[in-house]
Every structure is written in structure tokens, then in C-alpha cells.
Design a protein. Structure first.
Length: 106
């Protein structure tokens, strides 16, 4: 599924135990960056397409000079029907996805 967010392409996955999984989702499950916990997933956002610049911006890494707290706010929870946007490091509800994203038919 081709998706655009704020005029830029985005890679997304509609969260669901039976929904098709792109390669990056399968890899994230293998590396345990995403794992199922009952009826929802826990996502280690810092592990998905990890970028030091992005992690510093999000405050996911600490430094000797302060800034950020390692481990704080690194996990997000998503429920079936929510959408995981790896490009923008966020999980959005189906309602928010329908409002803010544009799905482009192939």
C-alpha cells in the first residue's frame, strides 16, 4: 500500500495478527523490536530504522552533557486496527490515519 503523509511517502503497517506484514515488520518481529502482548503490540521505536539524530531529537538517548534519559519513552503500544508509521516513528489510530494520510492506489 502506497501512503503519503504531509506530502511525503510513508511506510506503514495496519496492525493486526492476520494483516499482511511488509518485510520491515517481519524483520522487526524477528529482532524483537515489535512483539505481541495479548491484543496489542509493543514497539521499540528507537530500534526501528534507528538514527542517532532522530533518537536525539526524540530524547531517546542520553549523553554525558545531559539531555534525554535512556529507556524513557522508547516503547509505544499499538492495538489491532491502529497504523504503525515507521517513516515518522509513530502509531496512529485508524481514525487519525484516515484524516491525516493519503492512500495512493497502485
Amino acid at each position: 500500500m502506497a501512503v503519503w503523509y504531509q506530502g511525503k511517502p510513508a511506510q506503514v503497517w495496519v496492525i493486526g495478527k492476520d494483516s499482511p506484514q511488509p518485510d520491515w515488520v517481519e524483520q522487526a518481529f524477528r529482532q524483537q523490536y515489535i512483539c505481541w502482548m495479548d491484543n496489542h503490540i509493543r514497539v521499540l521505536m528507537a530500534g526501528l530504522q534507528a538514527s542517532l539524530a532522530t533518537n536525539l531529537k526524540l530524547g531517546a538517548t542520553g549523553s554525558a552533557a545531559g539531555g534525554g534519559f535512556v529507556g524513557y519513552g522508547m516503547y509505544q503500544l499499538g492495538y489491532e486496527g491502529d497504523v504503525l508509521d515507521i517513516t515518522n516513528h509513530r502509531i496512529v489510530s485508524a481514525k487519525r490515519f484516515a484524516k491525516d494520510y493519503q492512500v495512493v492506489e497502485d
